[in-house]
Design a protein around this ligand. Sequence first.
Ligand code: MN3
Length: 249
Amino acid sequence: MSSISRRRLMTAIAGVAASAAAPRFVFAQAAPAPAAAPAATGPFTLPPLTYAANALEPHIDAKTMEIHHDRHHQAFITNLNNLAKSNPQLGSMPVENILGNLNALDDSIKFAVRNNLGGHANHTMFWEIMGPDGGKPEGEVLAAIDKDLGGLEKFQTDFNAAGGRQFGSGWVFVTVTKDGKLAIETRPNQDNPIMDGKRVLMGNDVWEHAYYLNYQNRRADYLKAWWNTVNWKKISERYAAAKAGTLTI
Ligand code: MN3
């Protein structure tokens, strides 16, 4: 084979390879972008959802889940990684230890850590205690709901009412003691009962971004529908961890 014909052959092969690769390139471009916010490197990472974004439909729509997880939660992660650049201790301490002792932080970062690490802890818990096919409360958790919160129906009514009363942005939680005692508590903004030395069994996000696309101003409807997304198996695990003293965030 002459060098010229060899070159032609190689050019032809390269052309075939390029055209064969082209659809894959287009496909890769068409794939959903991972996260809207740029992925800053650092000690904090966004925990992936363990279920599809549309898995909680029709109660929480896929678009709300994507924006909430990929943008809102990612923004806390990005901010924390930026804070950790000048305050590396933030990335090496357990989250619950930092949140439980915010006053130990320098005044220059206290407010930012409270909001962003609080937001990270709240949303990490939130994704974890939701999921498709979440079952029903049973065993020790149900016994505690009966004993401390007046039974499942009263608990859900009271929890929804507390979430509805939370003015502006915030969360409604169920706290759990080491003895397994439950209580409904609300917090504004991204505050978390960990900041008061407590532990959270479960909680619902009542910021408008959690429901506005689908429910607009109807927070009460969102609070009611949200129960269909609760993963009771995971909540039972958290309850057992709380009693064992191993529940973190
Ligand atoms: Mn939120």
